[in-house]
Design a protein around this ligand. Structure first.
Ligand code: SAM
Ligand code: DTB
Ligand code: SF4
Length: 317
């Protein structure tokens, strides 16, 4: 049954089950709704890196913090399409373009994004963007260009949000998600664990995501990549079991969504990654880098999948 009325207490009761019981339940739901042994491979590319005016405490691209990432020029369309071609040749089916923007502004930069989306679609890939806040008109233009999905994360619970970001509100995020949905683009929205939040914050975020009707088609679960110079750099790493619990709880609450095991895999053992894929994750970021930080090497990921008998899922569009 698909539900949009989960309470934090209910979500918490699932999350806190003995691990094997939680995973057994999540696996049963997973098998009822998704083809077994398939993992969607998505490749990320930062098309505009650094210099972002927002103050997201986790982010190496925020201009508020002194990190190794400076503000770079926006990539040209052909540079992006070359990377997309390589991603397709490596077996990826979705290509996601990210920009370190607070919001999309109409004009030449957005026009260039539109060309990138058209080009990625012409290569036969699913196209996704993550560009910050969007108006309804901008979402419609992206849809017309063929955009399949828009990533815009809630990141954490409504309560914890204020301790992580001061330059925009939770409501701003929800409004953009609504604009994306209205334009007929699929929604990709999830968050990050390991930012000093409580377990109630973690499940509270899942409750907010599950409140969206329909549920987001993809739910990325990131473990914080602790980047030098950001306010969160000295937080402790996320234990693998915490990620497994988040993935399994997301799978139980949003049975038909793709759950993506996202940032943080480079610090996670192969066994913990496989446990997440067993517990309901069915998508990963594939490529040697995420946006600005390292991801496991593609050859390592291929080996991991092959050893486990997992195969890339076919494109859905
Ligand atoms: N600027 C746009 C925005 O914030 O929506 C798009 C790019 S932003 C980098 C996309 C997402 O990456 C963020 O919402 C956050 O969830 C994730 N992210 C950024 N830095 C991260 C980090 N250090 N560790 C884990 N996830 C991170
Ligand atoms: C998401 O949830 N995780 C990705 C993607 N959506 C855009 C981004 C992770 C970024 C990790 C830090 C970096 O590489 O800059
Ligand atoms: Fe900017 Fe996005 Fe990074 Fe926040 S997460 S600082 S909005 S690039």
């Amino acid at each position: 049954m698909i539900r949009h009325d989960w309470t934090v207490a209910e979500a918490r009761a699932l999350h806190d089950l003995p691990l094997f019981e939680l995973v057994d339940r999540a696996r049963a739901v997973h098998l009822a709704h998704h083809p077994d042994n398939q993992v969607q491979l998505c490749t990320l590319l930062s098309v505009k890196t650094g210099g972002c005016p927002e103050d997201c405490a986790y982010c190496p691209q925020s201009s508020h913090y002194d990190t190794a990432i400076g503000s770079e020029r926006m990539l040209q369309v052909d540079e992006v399409l070359e990377a997309a071609r390589r991603a397709r040749e490596a077996g990826s089916t979705r290509f996601c373009m990210g920009a370190a923007w607070r919001e999309v502004k109409d004009g030449p930069a957005f026009d260039r994004i539109i060309e990138m989306v058209r080009g990625v679609k012409a290569l036969g890939l699913e196209a996704c963007c993550t560009l910050g806040m969007l108006t309804e008109d901008q979402a419609l233009r992206l849809k017309e260009a063929g955009l399949d999905a828009y990533n815009h994360n809630l990141d954490t619970s409504r309560e914890h949000y204020k301790s992580i970001i001061s330059t925009r509100t939770y409501q701003d995020r929800l409004l953009t998600l609504r604009n994306v949905r209205k334009a007929g683009i699929t929604v990709c929205s999830g968050g990050i664990i390991g930012m000093g939040e409580s377990v109630d914050d973690r499940v509270g975020m899942l409750v907010e995501l599950a409140r969206l009707a329909p549920h987001p088609e993809s739910v990325p679960i990131n473990a914080l990549v602790r980047v030098a110079g950001t306010p969160l750099e000295h937080l402790p790493p996320v234990p693998g079991t915490d990620l497994i619990r988040m993935v399994a709880t997301a799978r139980l609450m949003m049975p038909t969504s793709r759950v993506r095991l996202s940032a943080g895999r480079a610090e996670l053992s192969e066994e913990a990654q496989l446990f997440c894929l067993y517990a309901g994750a069915n998508s990963i970021f594939y490529g040697d880098r995420l946006l600005t930080t390292p991801n496991p090497h593609m050859s390592e990921d291929r080996t991991l999948l092959e050893r486990a008998g997992l195969v890339p899922s076919p494109p859905t569009s």
